[in-house]
Design a protein around this ligand. Structure first.
Ligand code: ASP
Length: 505
């Protein structure tokens, strides 16, 4: 497929779709649990959405907040909003009213589409589709805002990452090239468009001219069957999803023919044992490690085929971009040394929506050249060949008895223990010492003993608590606040029990 951005209309979200439709109008484009559309049908539906939005008073520069489940209708809305020159604000259907209100106040959308009025809206859109509605998009420019992606990050108030067409299309094309998506691929996407992981999967499939299967509404139990049924060749994963697929594969009565050629991971580090399990269950599949932040979409990708050469690395800067490691004074450190990971290039977004102060701290142009740069707040190092090693967020680093360590290294050691399905470290705070929460059938003292064989004594937690169901965020990352609350509760219960024992003596 075309990679050069040569469309006369410039790099725009909907031109990704239009270019694919011009080349392969009858190829399958997007499928969900209820059916599928070809590229031509997706274009037609996106025009109908655009006409409907215009009829509802949406104008260029407006925001359209959409809290719909991720299916092909939402894909049509993504392109339809782009055609009218407005910006999509995709919101997870599970977002609670309290958070939604904060986002509405921040985004000031012209239109809010909730799941409740989806069927009614869609009926009107189908009528316009039937009458062959077409919308002119000639006024939309690459600098216009295409999407506002709200992330909760480490603060409690969600921040909207400003994503203009130019940055979105650049990152989309760079990732298609990096991962080698092909026109005959079928990409099985479990993630919602409200998370940039799901959003860019839709766009990357259009850029490659291949098919996306939006599977967010499928039940966990039928996932592997669906993956087989639709003939998926590429499966984006996060660690918890990868573990689930591995387990489902264990339950298959007979090994099925494998069509998956690529698993791509992001969001959190994939334990080597999970990657190995996937390779065993899906012979021939490559497991790609990646690292990214919404603020520039993706930072690095391990080129498929190089996965075994540097097993601890999260890959190289995506093409056309750079990764720098800076010391606290903003100077680059030599290869091998730790510092803050900073991303530079055309994928760096302009900032957070209406948050000038936090934007100025996070998005700091190169002091000499003025090139846009994203300060990630993550620590890492580069090797001599430019491969990146991720060491954790600033928040993941802590000191215990004067020694600096990271939750990630302790969690990695725990995940190395056979039988540990999930692990989350809670750093010391106040009277609470270093603790770890694990999901496993092993006894807690066994986990601690195994950890002691893998870590220096100071890095071994003083408390290990076994949970039945490990708390994860919606995106499969460790839910750190919940983990801390669980440990606090265990510590408090132990203190109460100790007091009771003392009282009865
Ligand atoms: N933007 C990230 C990526 O795609 C996902 C994340 O925010 O964790 O790599």
């Amino acid at each position: 497929m075309e990679q050069s951005g040569s469309s006369p209309r410039g790099p725009l979200v909907h031109t990704l779709l239009d270019d694919a439709a011009a080349e392969r109008p009858d190829a399958p484009a997007v499928r969900d649990a209820r059916g599928g559309w070809t590229y031509r049908e997706t274009v037609d539906h996106s025009h109908a959405v655009a006409a409907w939005l215009k009829g509802r008073g949406v104008r260029p520069g407006d925001r359209v907040l959409v809290q719909w489940p991720t299916d092909r209708r939402l894909a049509a809305v993504l392109y339809g909003v782009s055609r009218v020159g407005a910006a999509l604000v995709p919101i997870n259907p599970d977002t609670r009213p309290f958070q939604l209100q904060a986002i509405v106040t921040s985004a000031e959308p012209r239109l809010v589409l909730t799941a409740d009025d989806r069927d009614l809206a869609w009926k009107e859109i189908e009528d316009l589709h039937g009458s062959g509605a077409r919308v002119d998009s000639s006024g939309v420019t690459p600098e216009d805002l295409a999407v506002l992606v709200y992330t909760s990050g480490s603060t409690s108030v969600p921040k909207g990452v400003v994503e203009p067409h130019a940055q979105v299309v650049f990152a989309t094309r760079a990732l298609v090239a990096e991962l080698g998506y092909r026109a005959d691929d079928v990409v099985f996407c479990r993630f919602p468009v409200s998370w940039d992981y799901g959003l860019y999967k839709v766009l990357m499939c259009a850029a490659a001219g291949c098919e996306i299967v939006l599977a967010g509404e499928e039940s966990d139990l039928t996932l592997l069957r669906r993956i087989r049924e639709v003939g998926a060749t590429v499966v984006p994963i996060v660690p918890s999803f990868a573990t689930m697929i591995g387990k489902l594969a264990d339950r298959e009565s007979a090994p099925a023919e494998n069509r998956i050629r690529l698993f791509t991971n992001t969001g959190a580090a994939l334990a080597p044992a999970t990657a190995t399990r996937l390779r065993e269950a899906f012979p021939g599949a490559v497991v790609v490690r990646q690292y990214g932040q919404t603020e520039c979409k993706r930072i690095s990708v391990m080129p498929p085929g190089e996965e075994h050469e540097r097993p601890d690395s999260v890959g190289r800067a995506i093409r056309g971009t750079r990764v720098l490691i800076l010391d606290p004074d903003g100077d680059e450190v030599p290869a091998g040394e730790l510092g803050e990971i900073v991303a530079a290039g055309p994928h760096v977004m302009p900032g957070y929506w209406r948050e000038p102060e936090i934007s100025a701290r996070t998005f700091r142009p190169d002091p000499v050249t003025g090139e846009p740069r994203l300060h990630t707040g993550d620590f890492g190092r580069l090797d001599e060949d430019g491969y990146l090693y991720f060491h954790g967020r600033v928040d993941d680093m802590f000191k215990r008895k004067g020694i600096r360590m990271s939750t990630l290294e302790i969690e990695a050691a725990a995940m190395d223990i056979e039988g540990v399905r999930a692990a989350g470290v809670v750093p010391p705070s106040g009277d609470r010492d270093l603790a770890i929460c694990v999901e496993t059938d092993l006894a807690s003292h066994v986990v601690l003993r195994e950890l002691a064989q893998r870590l220096e004594p100071l890095k071994v937690p003083s408390l290990c608590h076994v949970v039945e169901k490990f708390p994860l965020t919606r995106h499969g990352k460790n839910a750190t606040k919940e983990l801390a609350a669980i440990i606090d509760e265990v510590v408090a219960a132990r203190a109460r029990a100790a007091t009771d024992r003392a009282a009865t003596r």
